[in-house]
Design a binder for this molecule. Structure first.
Ligand code: GAF
Length: 385
């Protein structure tokens, strides 16, 4: 049996590591240290950029950012996950790879921030679709907000981080990932209205119901994912224009709307409208304490994402089917799709059986072995030192 360390201990180690690296690289202690988590989405997929509802929560893994401001327009960046010396750049300079997310946040803050020395430590499983990029953006934005006394709210930090990703990185994402990272509360899911940006924390005590939410990381990430994401978003926007509504959120007569659309736009619309309703239905069940009943909604969400929105993959479909066969009460792909992770709602006594069922199904198809992670609803961005 592997030794499992508590989250507080792991976070403490990360803080010590990143502060030590900061001191070694820049010769002084950081002025502030912030931690921001990745996320998993319980339900409400591809609804955020359609002004609909989502229900994500923060995961126990994230990015820790140690930071001291500079006044000379220079940004020095060091990542414990990248080897070598700190990367030095002017704030507005073009950058590549992981540094784009940081420089994007600085660019969005404009004249309010001149420069910074930054060290980063991250433990979000890479390629698992758990939003390591949102964690990085929100950790840096929160640290800058703190040291410069900008007074931005968590939602304003999330919006700024989203804009960095849209305008600087070129990924036309919605607000879900950054909002989950900035606003989540330990032991809760975040019910977010992506139009009004109003949110509620919904208690999510799965253990009290003898349940666990298992992340099944397919360890597959398809190259075409970001192109397909942009295509789906454009299809939704085009459908909304044809229907004469500001966003698919505004469709009230689904049957009537479907009668006016054809092909892919018809399918995308049906998914978005029904998925947003599923979020509200799932929140209703959680509020009523009927946690065991949410499985059917997870299954329906997956079928809709597979058949109507067409963002699943063979690895995700096999994970979902094998998890349910192995005793999960429900399962679905989570996040943007085309690889990444699925989630399964599993009675604790079936955890081993579900993992065996998924592993066996993967081995049979000669897929790369999946990785299993516990999805524990964790705290959103917070100052750690
Ligand atoms: C990605 C995006 F970044 C989110 O904004 C959201 O659209 C999600 O895919 C799909 O629900 O994670």
């Amino acid at each position: 049996m592997a030794l499992v360390y508590g989250r507080a201990f792991v976070e403490e180690c990360s803080i010590m590591r990143v502060v030590e690296a900061f001191r070694a690289a820049y010769g002084a202690s950081p002025q502030t240290v912030w931690h921001a988590p990745g996320r998993v989405n319980l339900i409400g997929e591809h609804t955020d950029y359609n002004d609909g509802f989502v229900l994500p929560f923060a995961v126990p893994w994230g990015v820790t950012a140690a930071l001291t401001p500079r006044a000379d327009g220079v940004v020095r960046l060091l990542s414990l996950q990248a080897s070598g010396e700190p990367v030095t750049m002017a704030t507005r300079e073009e950058s590549a790879g992981w540094t784009r997310y940081v420089v994007g946040v600085l660019a969005m803050l404009g004249d309010r921030v001149a420069g910074a020395d930054i060290a980063i430590d991250g433990d979000v499983p890479q390629g698992a679709g758990l939003s390591s990029s949102a964690a990085l953006e929100v950790a840096v934005a929160s640290a800058l907000n703190d040291v410069h006394g900008l007074g931005l709210t968590p939602m304003e930090l999330a919006l700024l981080s989203q804009r960095a990703e849209n305008d600087f990185v070129g990924m036309p994402c919605g607000i879900m990932d950054q909002a989950a990272s900035a606003l989540s509360r330990e032991g809760h899911a975040l019910f977010l209205d992506c139009r009004s940006l109003g949110s509620r924390s919904i208690p999510l005590d799965l253990a009290a119901h003898g349940l666990s939410l298992l992340i099944i990381d397919t360890q597959v990430h398809h190259e075409h994912a970001s192109g397909e994401y942009a295509k789906r978003r454009a299809e939704c926007e085009s459908a909304a224009r044809k229907l004469g509504v500001p966003a698919l959120r505004d469709v009230t007569d689904l049957a009537g709307a479907l009668g006016l659309l054809q092909g892919d736009e018809r399918k995308r619309t049906e998914h978005v409208v029904t998925e947003s309703h599923r979020v509200e239905a799932l929140v209703g069940l959680l509020r009523a304490g009927a946690v065991k009943e949410i499985g059917a909604l997870l299954n329906a969400s997956h079928l809709s994402l597979r058949n109507l929105f067409e963002v699943s993959s063979p690895e995700l479909d096999v994970a979902v089917e094998a998890a349910v066969r192995g005793g999960a009460r429900g399962a679905r792909m989570t996040g943007g799709g085309f690889g990444g992770s699925a989630i399964a709602l599993v009675p604790v006594e079936r955890l081993e059986g579900v993992q065996e069922s998924v592993s066996a199904a993967y081995a049979e198809r000669r897929f790369r072995a999946p990785r299993f992670l516990p999805a524990v609803p964790s705290q959103g961005a917070h100052r750690v030192s």
